[in-house]
Ligand binder design. Structure first.
Ligand SMILES: [Zn+2]
Length: 341
């Protein structure tokens, strides 16, 4: 949530790894790519795609143009905004904390919050990229039944997309596991800053930390982590957790149903930037394929849905989405950083 207040955690302190100030295209560029400049499209560097990639993309156009399609996106779309991925060709191997570990260990919980206190503000400053803008323009032009994203970064919404299911939740919300009250992450950040007034300075003095996936940060300084004080629920004192789905946790049922509706009302399903490793996303591919709908996958690397795909392309999601938008036709695209709550 963009609450308009100044960031209580000083932006980017000691953090690296995020694109924070992506140049915004001029308003006129939001409607139609300017021809004659290679890569000048605000929706993607379509001019830089090689002939083989273009040929495969061309084979997708008639399928996607035949009717509305549902879009499923994953971390591969946000890597161009500088947000690290758990998987993918350049991912650093890491073991995400499971829900059971989080609730079962005070020590792991403290470590998690200390790192998240750094990572969330970096994610908050990440900007939508050409792929997010292309998706918003596709939606605006009436091509989509909806967007299902596995990303918690809210960049689809920040690019102007409206009908988005944040399948795995949101990095900018915090939920109490006892009374279920939901808070803005910015509000909890104020509490954490009061509880840990020297923390950010100490991290910076110790050499900083690099931003990780899911608003994590690579802080391994045991003394700083051990001294971190975790906030409890302001209402009931219960355990707080970022409001996104941890490994080992289920996606809420109503969210799954909403996503199924988008897939069921579509003629085809386009997957962009997901390896479909977790069942939470793979099930939509299975459903679409079972119903005889065309599944199209664009992802760097193999996915668990490849055998069900009518077309599979190993390429970057952002530039390919830009190319597809150009070919499908664009309506009035919202501004690149138009924030929708
Ligand atoms: Zn509570």
């Amino acid at each position: 949530m963009d609450d308009g207040r100044p960031d209580p955690v000083r932006p980017g302190i000691g953090l690296t790894g995020f694109v924070q100030n992506e140049p915004e295209p001029k308003p006129a560029d939001n409607r139609r790519p300017v021809s004659g400049r290679t890569g000048a499209s605000p929706f993607g560097a379509a001019g830089q795609l090689d002939g083989g990639v273009r040929a495969v993309l061309e084979s997708m156009v008639p399928v996607l143009a035949a009717g509305k399609f549902a879009l499923l996106t994953g971390a591969g779309l946000s890597t161009d905004s500088g947000i690290p991925d758990y998987r993918g060709p350049n991912a650093v191997p890491r073991q995400p904390l499971t829900f059971q570990e989080f609730v079962g260990s005070e020590k792991l919980r403290r470590r998690y919050w200390a790192r998240n206190h750094l990572g969330w503000s970096a994610m908050r400053q990440a900007a939508p990229n050409a792929g997010h803008r292309a998706v918003a323009a596709m939606e605006s032009a009436g091509h989509l039944t909806g967007i299902v994203t596995q990303n918690v970064d809210r960049l689809h919404e920040h690019a102007g997309a409206r009908n988005v299911v944040d399948l795995h939740g949101r990095f900018d919300k915090v939920v109490c596991l006892q009374c279920r009250e939901v808070y803005s992450r910015a509000f909890i950040a104020v509490m954490l800053a009061e509880l840990n007034p020297r923390f950010l300075d100490d991290v910076a003095a110790s050499g900083g930390a690099e931003a990780g996936p899911d608003a994590d940060a690579d802080l391994d300084h045991e003394r700083l982590i051990g001294a971190f004080r975790v906030a409890g629920c302001p209402l009931c004192g219960g355990m707080l957790k970022p409001d996104f789905v941890f490994f080992g946790e289920n996606v809420p049922k109503e969210r799954v149903e909403q996503a199924y509706e988008m897939v069921d009302s579509a003629e085809s399903l386009l997957v962009a930037g997901s390896s479909l490793t977790v069942m939470s996303g793979l099930r939509f591919v299975r459903k679409a394929a079972k119903d005889g709908k065309s599944v199209i996958i664009i992802n760097r690397g193999a996915t668990r849905g490849d055998a069900m795909a009518r077309v599979k392309l190993e390429a970057g999601a952002s530039e390919c989405l830009g190319y597809l938008l150009d070919r499908l036709g664009v309506g009035l695209a919202p501004g690149p950083n138009h924030r929708v709550q």
